[in-house]
Design a binder for this molecule. Structure first.
Ligand SMILES: Nc1ncnc2c1ncn2[C@@H]1O[C@H](COP(=O)(O)OP(=O)(O)OP(=O)(O)O)[C@@H](O)[C@H]1O
Ligand SMILES: [Mg+2]
Length: 420
């Protein structure tokens, strides 16, 4: 049986000819008669030698041209990035391209009725064939989403196919199969993002409008309460300003707009970021050190994004380290790379949170309750900025002991001494 199958398969492949070479599989049923050129009266039979010679030359030329055209059309079919499957009115698969083979697991066996059922009974192939039969019968296009293996989702569009040369004869249907798993994931990310942004805005806005209402209606409010209400409103307004700033920076980093890129000295920017956090660390009684043990280093890119990335790492270190702890920044040269490490003796990050903290709006539960007022955007910003510079941000941490974040960026230039 196996050898018989092999023989039939070989014959089918030979029939498929150039189409197969182009990566397209065509079932054994279709050998279009109308592709044969019209040779005029006499059916192309010639009775004189010279006529016969010129006729056979013409015939060879026309056959070559037809083959070229077939090749061309088949190559286009084969390179289409959606899966294409043509099913005849009897429900038999007659043609599919390599993408359909990849998505649906179709192989040449589908052309052989005795071999095919197992492949064709598997989902989502069975569902596609069912829809094709429906469309073929009712001549109305359909669009469906189907679940596939490994949690993937396919969108299948099925259109009726008619022979445009032979009086609209029913040729069955064409299924166009697209893997939309990634598209759906991005849609969900967008939805989650919008939901999270709205939530982040709602909390401070509710507080501000609540206190405003209170101030308007409570004439007899004492000075202490009044100034406490103003303080909270101020804090929440600050939080909103910061949130808007972070969202703008994130959208700027992620946009395709021309970037404001310059060459700048990394050491100056790192020192500025460290100085901007020193007062907060001192207020918390932390040992705060910045060791810039590196030669002058030129970076190419957006200076303010680099500043934001370093500042966010430092700010987190100070924020998530209890009073009296320590925060240490070190900047070094590692080959062509600039490596900035920010180590703290803070609350640490549990293994299951170590990748998630880089997601937009993700905050570890404890941080939410800490009253630190962040939105969970700082690390997303740092990672996006690092990626734009062609670098990365990684973290090592032990819960309860501390964390070390490492920002690694390729330098545009290392100078050997300050004056260079
Ligand atoms: N050095 C650190 N030590 C312990 N936890 C950290 C540290 N840095 C970040 N985290 C955790 O990662 C979460 C995400 O950090 P990220 O900087 O993105 O947001 P945030 O600090 O909460 O808010 P934002 O930076 O937007 O003001 C934090 O909420 C915190 O739970
Ligand atoms: Mg932060």
């Amino acid at each position: 049986m196996a050898s018989c199958f092999g023989l039939v398969a070989a014959a089918a492949f030979a029939l498929a000819g150039t189409a197969f070479a182009a990566g397209l599989l065509i079932g054994r049923r279709r050998a279009r008669r109308d592709a044969v050129p019209d040779l005029g009266p006499g059916g192309g039979r010639a009775d004189r030698g010279t006529d016969a010679d010129s006729l056979s030359l013409r015939l060879a030329e026309m056959t070559a041209r037809t083959n070229d055209r077939n090749n061309y059309v088949n190559s286009i079919f084969a390179s289409i990035e959606d899966g294409l499957v043509v099913v005849d009115p009897a429900g038999q698969v007659v043609l599919f391209n390599p993408k359909a083979s990849e998505l649906l697991g179709l192989g040449p066996e589908v052309f052989f009725e005795d071999r095919a059922p197992e492949v064709l009974r598997r989902e989502p192939v069975a569902a596609v064939l069912g829809l094709c039969a429906n469309v073929s019968e009712h001549r109305v296009p359909e669009v469906r989403r189907l679940k596939a293996a490994q949690n993937r989702t396919f969108e299948v569009r099925i259109v009726p196919v008619a022979d445009k040369y032979l009086g609209n004869r029913n040729f069955g249907s064409l299924a166009v199969v697209k893997d939309i798993t990634e598209l759906l994931r991005m849609e969900n990310v967008k939805k989650d993002f919008v939901a999270a942004v709205s939530h982040e805005f709602r909390t401070p806005l509710t507080l501000i409008s609540g206190f405003l209402e209170l101030l308007k209606t409570q004439d007899g409010m004492d000075d202490r309460d009044r100034s406490r209400a103003l303080e909270i409103m101020d804090l929440e307004a600050e939080r909103l300003k910061r949130l808007v700033g972070e969202l703008l920076a994130l959208s700027e980093i992620g946009s395709d707009l021309p970037r404001d890129e310059t060459e700048f000295d990394a050491r100056t920017v790192i020192a500025d970021a460290a100085e901007s956090l020193r007062p907060l660390a001192e207020r918390k009684g932390q040992a705060f050190t910045a060791e810039l043990a590196l030669p002058p280093c030129t970076l190419r890119g957006n200076e303010s994004w680099f500043f934001l990335a370093v500042k966010n790492l430092l700010e987190n270190a100070v924020k998530y380290t209890p009073d009296g702890g320590s925060v240490a920044l070190t900047a070094r040269r590692r080959g062509q790379f600039l490596e900035i490490r920010v180590a703290d003796t803070g609350v640490g990050i549990a293994p299951e949170d170590r990748e998630r903290i880089f997601e937009r709006f993700y905050r570890v539960e404890k941080a939410r309750g800490s009253g630190s007022g962040g939105s969970g955007l700082g690390l997303a910003l740092a990672r996006d900025a690092a990626a734009i510079f062609g670098g990365s941000v990684t973290v090592e941490s032990e819960a309860g002991i501390g964390s070390t974040f490492t920002l690694t960026l390729p330098a545009a230039e290392w100078r050997t001494h300050d004056g260079a």
